[in-house]
Design a protein around this ligand. Sequence first.
Ligand SMILES: Nc1ncnc2c1[nH]c(=O)n2[C@H]1C[C@H](O)[C@@H](COP(=O)(O)OP(=O)(O)OP(=O)(O)O)O1
Length: 230
Amino acid sequence: MDPFHLTAKKVLTLVMVMDKDQQKILLGYKKRGFGAHLWNGFGGKVEPGETPKEGALRELEEEAGITVKPEKLYKAGILLFLFENDPVGLETHVYKAFEHEGQIRECDEMRPQWFNFADIPFDQMWEDDRVWLPKLLQGQDPLFGKMYFKRKPLDESVETETIAVTAPVTPVPSATSFPVNVSTTMTSTSFTTTQPINGPFAMSDYKFEQNLPAVPREIALDGTIASFEN
Ligand SMILES: Nc1ncnc2c1[nH]c(=O)n2[C@H]1C[C@H](O)[C@@H](COP(=O)(O)OP(=O)(O)OP(=O)(O)O)O1
């Protein structure tokens, strides 16, 4: 059985906002949920009744506080993320914008920040980003590709971080020595947390389809391009 066989897919969006003059890109640090602790563009699941573009505009406003005129949001491709032994793929519609309105603001899910094109934090992003984002920055879109991910074995995927916690400790007086002057001393203890490097998945392969006549509207479950967006 093909470990990357799909029987269903979720439709997601991903918006990359760029400033061409300044050579900067707006990324968000994901504070929670899927892809937490990674920098990424803005986006999420397309809701019932929404087109991918409507979903992209909504997520951008929710996550970064900014709006883009629909005619200024350009389709930059579709990336299908497949996970080993997971029959549900993530069909992610990628958009780009070069102008926006409103004040950029942080929300409970994302912390936006501008990065120079030369300083994009690829080591803290989904692994596939280093494959396709440079192409996008160089205007080599639309991009249509499939990215295959395997779950990282735990011993290779974790980096351990030791956190020292300093806590007040109050000695409990024993019955025999009571009453005493109870003093509060400071002591320190430490524990180890595990934090996956670059997310819990490792990209094992990717395939790009180039020279398509138009941006595909969707990727069918059998991997074929179902229809086109003109
Ligand atoms: N591999 C990879 N590379 C680049 N970007 C992504 C991935 N996988 C992904 O899922 N993404 C992107 C696509 C989306 O923009 C987000 C994930 O969206 P998510 O947070 O799950 O959707 P929301 O609708 O915001 O979710 P809730 O937290 O509200 O349930 O990452």
